[in-house]
Design a protein around this ligand. Structure first.
Ligand code: HEM
Ligand code: HEM
Length: 513
């Protein structure tokens, strides 16, 4: 087996404390060369200074990583397109009287909003995290992917789902439940893509040469299994006419799904990826394998039943609200086991982490995760929600969660894996840094102004102020939000260019030569 300085961090031999060992040269399973190690080998040659301006001499089979590459470019495209949707929404809130937003049916707020949210969740973040999973699962078990053909099929079905979901929403076909707006034929495509991915990765793991299943694999499979079920039930797929059930139970089901899609799809995949990237970029073994599994089982214990914290001000049963509130506080356990574990892994290594652009993005994502998960339990308290519920405070939380946490980690994974699958550096490190700062400044500003706007809304409405008095006060914050959105959109465009040139261009950029 080819051992590299970087890949050793995932060597799953245990040291005397029961942690994966980092001793150089310790066999990590089979002695047989891993076909996919070619990408890493070529990458390391580049790192050692034997940089190549093309692929000459690097015998990367065009078929390897086709699935990963496909998911990466899809993620970058959807990211850019979805930010355009976000800008449309933001500008229509600043100037709602513009004729375009009222007279063109597919541009009205109610249609663009679900296009934006679904494209971000499934198109951008989902594709990025799934693409990374197609890379790290085979690597961690030291087997090639069971079938690239099935992988590419899943990729196409996934993209057709997001594209057809977008078109049907623009035409006005919707299930009208948050994040479950796609109509049933699209739901079927999403489910098929999950089944294909699950089967392909299960067969890969089934043939594994590595005995110990590293924690990222637990999270990846947990996410695939849970997402399949929450998607199926949350979209009431057995009831295609409405994609819903009726009455209060439908509200409960919808939020079991709504929070599940971020908590049991995006969160475990983002955590899995962080567990993969952080030990490698900080060149340290994972602090504790046991702690990582505590985090895995507790997230499964708490997350599935906290969705009712979205419904605290509705006639949902009180016992369910109490379960949701206590579960939301309990979420601090899985969150902190992950963060403490990763923090102790990377302690003293911040400089090394920031040297690699992938590590830099993942690190920022973990800082957002800390903030999101301190804010989350806080806003699950009824006394807090009395002020914040149904205000821009929640929209601020959504953006630092879906974008700051899972989106940043997805981008980090893409930049971390890209050089390893193309056999050379990414097209431009400078552009990736520019993208990082555009996104970070854009999101921080976005979060700040929306939180302020939310507090103004909440306190105004709590003290009985009429809506038409509060609305003009919000205008300036929404203007700033649109401005910060432009930064994010520019960042997405820069990223798309950089990722496309890295994948399909044959040369490194001038500045990197
Ligand atoms: C150009 C940057 C962006 C702009 C201008 C923007 C704007 C918006 C707007 C105006 C809304 C509707 C808020 C409302 O109903 O009051 C929204 C919702 C949402 N956006 Fe964005 N967005 C941007 C980027 C993103 C990114 C990068 C993500 C995730 C990766 C994202 C995820 C969401 C989500 C999950 C919601 C639903 C929020 C909720 O219901 O609480 N957005 N966005
Ligand atoms: C400790 C963990 C977390 C807790 C306890 C928590 C709690 C909450 C609560 C109580 C709300 C509803 C606020 C309201 O409507 O008044 C909410 C909304 C939301 N959360 Fe979290 N959150 C957590 C982590 C996350 C993470 C990791 C993500 C994304 C990856 C996320 C994404 C969202 C989104 C998108 C919404 C808006 C839903 C909507 O459209 O109304 N949250 N969260």
């Amino acid at each position: 087996m080819i051992q590299t300085e970087r890949d050793d961090a995932h060597n799953t031999n245990l040291d005397s404390c029961g942690r994966p060992s980092l001793r150089p040269g310790t066999p990590g399973g089979s002695e047989e060369p891993h076909p996919q190690a070619a990408g890493t080998r070529a990458y390391l040659r580049v790192r050692r200074g034997e940089r190549r301006s093309d692929n000459e001499g690097i015998h990367l089979n065009a078929n390897w990583y086709a699935t990963v590459k496909g998911f990466f470019i899809s993620s970058a495209c959807w990211f850019f397109l979805a930010t355009l949707g976000g800008l449309l929404l933001a500008s229509s809130m600043v100037a709602p009287d513009i004729a375009l937003y009222k007279n063109v049916s597919w541009l009205v707020f109610g249609r663009i909003r679900p296009i934006h949210t679904n494209m971000m969740i499934f198109g951008f973040v989902g594709s990025g995290l799934i693409g990374c999973m197609y890379y790290y699962v085979p690597h961690l078990v030291r087997r090639p992917l069971y079938s690239e053909g099935l992988g590419r099929l899943a990729l196409w079905i996934w993209n057709i789902a997001v594209a057809s979901g977008t078109v049907t929403l623009a035409l006005g076909y919707t299930q009208s439940r948050e994040y479950a707006e796609y109509i049933w034929p699209v739901d079927i495509l999403v489910l098929v893509a999950f089944v294909l991915t699950f089967y392909n990765l299960l067969r890969t793991v089934g043939a594994r040469e590595e005995k110990l299943l590293y924690v990222s694999i637990w999270y990846a499979f947990g996410a695939l299994v849970f997402t399949f079920f929450i998607y199926f039930f949350g979209n009431a797929v057995w009831n295609p006419r409405t994609g819903a059930i009726t009455g209060m139970p439908d509200g409960i089901l919808a939020w079991f799904y709504g929070h599940g899609v971020v908590g049991l799809f995006l969160t475990p995949l983002a955590v899995a990826l962080s567990y993969y990237v952080i030990p490698v970029v900080s060149r340290s073994p994972l602090f504790s394998h046991a702690l990582s599994l505590v985090g895995f089982w507790t997230i499964l214990m708490f997350y599935p039943h906290i969705g009712t914290h979205h419904l605290l001000q509705t006639p949902a049963p009180t016992w369910l609200k109490i379960v949701a509130i206590t579960g939301s506080i309990g979420m601090l356990i899985p969150v902190f086991t992950v963060l403490v574990n990763l923090w102790l892994t990377m302690k003293g290594k911040l400089a090394a982490i920031h040297e690699e652009i992938g590590g830099k993005f993942v690190f920022a994502g973990l800082v957002w995760y800390l903030l999101v998960c301190l804010q989350g339990p806080f806003q699950a308290l009824p006394v807090v929600q009395r002020v914040t519920h149904l205000t821009n405070w929640v929209v601020a939380h959504s953006h630092i969660a879906v974008f700051g946490f899972s989106g940043f980690i997805a981008l980090g994974g893409i930049y971390f894996i890209l050089p390893r699958i193309i056999g050379r550096e990414i097209y431009s490190r400078k552009l990736a840094d520019i993208q990082y700062w555009l996104l970070l400044v854009g999101l921080t500003g976005f979060f700040a102004v929306l939180t302020m706007a939310g507090l103004i809304q909440g306190s105004g409405w709590l003290s009985g102020e009429v809506v038409y008095k509060i609305l003009p006060e919000l205008h300036v914050y929404w203007l700033w939000r649109a401005g910060f959105g432009v930064l994010i959109s520019t960042g997405a465009a820069v990223g798309l260019y950089n990722i496309a040139r890295s994948l399909y261009g044959s040369r490194v950029s001038e500045e990197d030569q």
